[in-house]
Design a protein around this ligand. Structure first.
Ligand SMILES: [Fe+2]
Ligand SMILES: [Fe+2]
Length: 182
């Protein structure tokens, strides 16, 4: 398996997570509210898996290496992808604010939640499509076998840095729990 294949596989779990978020969005649009614990799980997954785990590997390991190798040629694209990561983090921060203190009885907080949930789903789906179909094929042309070996080792370290060896399977279970709560 190549380093890019690992990232594409992680996109599949993030995609399943986004599908569950779509269900919660549709519920909210119909005036129904998923429980607060659902959104607490959603925030945990987004912060730990999507951001600290997956986006970290892209931004600090793969993009960093590619920027060095391609000497500026991919900087524009890398900058745009980094900006999208930052916008996703912003949406999650706003979602977190919305669910604090009785959001279910507060129409303003629910609107704010819906706004950021919609933005997050749309932005991250588009971002993943772009990585899978445009950026990663380009990156694949630049990465040698040695680069792949280096990245895969760094990726393994990141799993250890997350504090536990079964981090990915715990995150899969978290998405499963969300499916039952929505
Ligand atoms: Fe990304
Ligand atoms: Fe990604």
């Amino acid at each position: 398996m190549k380093s890019i294949d690992i990232l594409v596989k992680e996109h599949q779990l993030i995609g399943r997570y986004l599908d569950v978020l779509v269900q919660s969005k549709e519920k909210l649009e119909k005036g129904d509210q998923p429980q607060v614990v659902f959104f607490q799980h959603a925030i945990e997954f987004s912060k730990k898996y999507t951001d600290q785990f997956h986006h970290f590997k892209e931004e600090y390991l793969m993009f960093g290496l590619l920027a060095q190798k391609e000497q500026g040629l991919l900087d524009g694209q890398i900058g745009e992808l980094r900006y999208q990561h930052e916008r996703c983090r912003h949406c999650i921060r706003e979602i977190e604010k919305s669910i604090q203190n009785h959001f279910d009885s507060d129409e303003m907080k629910t609107s704010h939640l819906l706004e950021n949930l919609s933005g997050y789903i749309s932005l991250l789906n588009r971002h993943i499509f772009r990585e899978d179909h445009v950026f990663f094929p380009l990156a694949g042309k630049s990465l040698t076998c040695e680069d792949d070996e280096y990245l895969i080792n760094q990726f393994k370290n990141q799993e250890i840095n997350m504090g536990r060896h079964n981090f990915s399977s715990e995150m899969k279970s978290l998405v499963k729990q969300m499916t039952m709560l929505v």
